[in-house]
Design a protein. Structure first.
Length: 477
């Protein structure tokens, strides 16, 4: 086929994958194993110029479209091809250069395929901090993080990926290379094109590089674990900590008892530091608290102890424990990060990535729990997430003993309607940080105002008039 021949000529024979089924599956099946497509080929360009040449060549081939892929850790199926064998997966895994660190400007410029953990490490080498952090950071790429506007565990202090990005380099659907890698914090010269590409899930252009904000490294860090009787108590505890620490409160995660029980079931090395239930057996919420400060550790630790003891006296917390060292802190984070992995081992489940104003979150969970009991009695509620951002992963696992795949197939639609109706009643969003992908297109069509969809469609048509980039993702048909 002429297209394959030309793509090999652009990127080199070794970087076009066609028939090797064992290698292809890693690109054609998504992380949750919900989507398995078949691509025309997987092509891995080694430079932004090669990405542009690949895009131009694919654009000239009738019926062919391009699916950008970074680490393939996305949770909504946006980075894998459909079944048509007419989609080229464009993997960014060879775009891994650190183009430069500017310590005075507090920025780093990296290529899109650099793994998030490597971006953090490059910043740390310059004694600076890149604060984006999420459980998939060992495999997700910065290009994928920006394309999905990823959140993670420090949004409370530093914002989403969007807030951490000052400029982009993008290959457009016309095969042109557009760059705004200037590192400017102020630039009011018209529409913000950078912000259009962030969160566009590979539908408007291919991100090839980014200039990112860096921060001073904190001198002191304290990690604490607390249990609370109710989610409302956990919200009250957070308000207390916000008042006491302001920007020094960098992360605030909540986990229900069932989610941590699942971790202990599947990862025997991980043990929760405080009981999951109170003396009469009522389940408790656990919260993971991250504090970071430019001041000394003894002061931060002392202030943390004072605030948390006051919270127990006020009844907001049942019990508290502070990590004594970095190893203990790491172990507490592992408990939180292991929840999605434990869910995967337990079997297919129904995931929701909802966001609700913090003031309504506890009422939302109570209302949604009650409504679901009528729809799926006995289903296990695995509720955890970034409480500080009002963002919970409100997930449902099949009732103990039921087949997970059957549960998903039979119940997903009814469960989603019930949860998303409740989200709407509380003024929230059905996708706080994971995006739309293939999974939530119908939801977008049903729940986003028609005027918003019309504007999004107009942007798509203007930038990618022939539907070259990820045509089955994000926007409804
Ligand atoms: C265990 C686990 C924990 C997670 N935790 C969080 C979390 O806390 N917060 C959060 O927000 N997300 C989380 N995620 C999901 C998150 O979206 C991804 O991990 C990450 O942001 C995607 O990066 P990636 O490189 O894997 O992208 P991919 O999965 O490869 O792609 C994701 C989307 O971006 C597009 N894309 C990828 N690269 C580019 C590019 N260079 N240019 C244009 N488009 C591109 C793809 O087409 C696709 O639509 C988690 C995922 C896992 C598996």
């Amino acid at each position: 086929m002429a297209l394959l021949h030309d793509l090999r000529a652009i990127v080199g024979e070794a970087h076009v994958l066609v028939d090797d089924q064992d290698a292809l599956i890693g690109y054609e099946r998504d992380w949750r194993k919900r989507y398995r497509g078949h691509s025309l080929c997987v092509v891995s360009p080694g430079s932004a110029e090669d990405v542009a040449a690949v895009v131009r060549r694919c654009a000239a081939e009738p019926g062919v479209s391009i699916v950008a892929q970074g680490g393939n850790t996305g949770l909504v199926g946006g980075g894998v091809p459909d079944d048509s064998r007419r989609q080229v997966v464009l993997s960014t895994k060879r775009l891994r250069a650190v183009r430069g660190v500017d310590a005075d400007n507090q920025t780093i410029t990296v290529e899109a395929g650099l793994v998030l953990q490597e971006v953090q490490a490059a910043a740390a080498e310059a004694e600076l901090l890149f604060p984006l952090s999420l459980a998939a950071e060992g495999s997700c790429t910065i290009g994928g993080n920006l394309a999905t506007n990823a959140g993670g565990t420090q949004v409370l202090r530093f914002g989403n990926a969007r807030e951490l990005c000052l400029g982009l380099e993008v290959v457009t659907a016309q095969g042109e290379l557009w760059s705004s890698l200037h590192g400017l914090r102020k630039d009011n010269t018209g529409y913000d094109l950078r912000d259009l590409f962030i969160g566009s899930e590979g539908t408007l252009g291919i991100i090839t590089a980014a200039t990112l904000r860096l921060f001073p490294q904190p001198r002191a860090e304290v990690t604490a674990w607390a249990t609370c009787r109710t989610l409302a108590d956990a919200v009250a505890l957070m308000r207390r900590l916000r008042a006491a620490f302001d920007a020094e409160l960098v992360g605030y995660e909540a986990m229900n008892a069932a989610s941590l029980a699942l971790v202990e079931r599947h990862f025997s090395a991980l043990r929760v530091p405080l009981p999951l239930a109170d003396a009469v057996g009522a389940p408790l919420w656990s919260v993971l608290i991250a504090l970071a400060s430019p001041h000394d550790e003894a002061t931060l630790r002392g202030d943390a102890e004072t605030a948390l003891v006051a919270a127990t006296e006020a009844g907001e917390a049942v019990d508290i424990v502070l990590a004594a060292n970095e190893l203990q802190a790491r172990t507490l984070w592992q408990l939180r990060e292991a929840i999605p992995l434990a869910q995967g081992v337990e079997g297919l489940n129904i995931k929701h990535d909802i966001g609700v104003p913090l003031s309504s979150l506890a009422d939302f969970v109570a209302a949604a729990d009650a409504a679901l009991e009528a729809v799926v009695p006995g289903a296990r509620h695995i509720t955890f997430g970034h409480l500080g951002d009002g963002n919970l992963h409100y997930n449902l696992q099949a009732p103990e003993g039921d087949a997970a795949a059957d549960f998903l197939a039979a119940r997903e639609h009814a469960v989603n309607s019930c949860v998303y109706d409740a989200v709407a009643r509380f003024g929230g969003t059905f996708s706080a940080e994971h995006g739309i992908g293939r999974l939530k297109r119908a939801e977008l069509a049903a729940r986003k105002p028609a005027a918003a969809i019309a504007m999004m469609r107009a942007i798509k048509t203007a930038l990618d008039p022939h539907g070259l980039f990820n045509p089955d993702v994000l926007l409804p048909d």
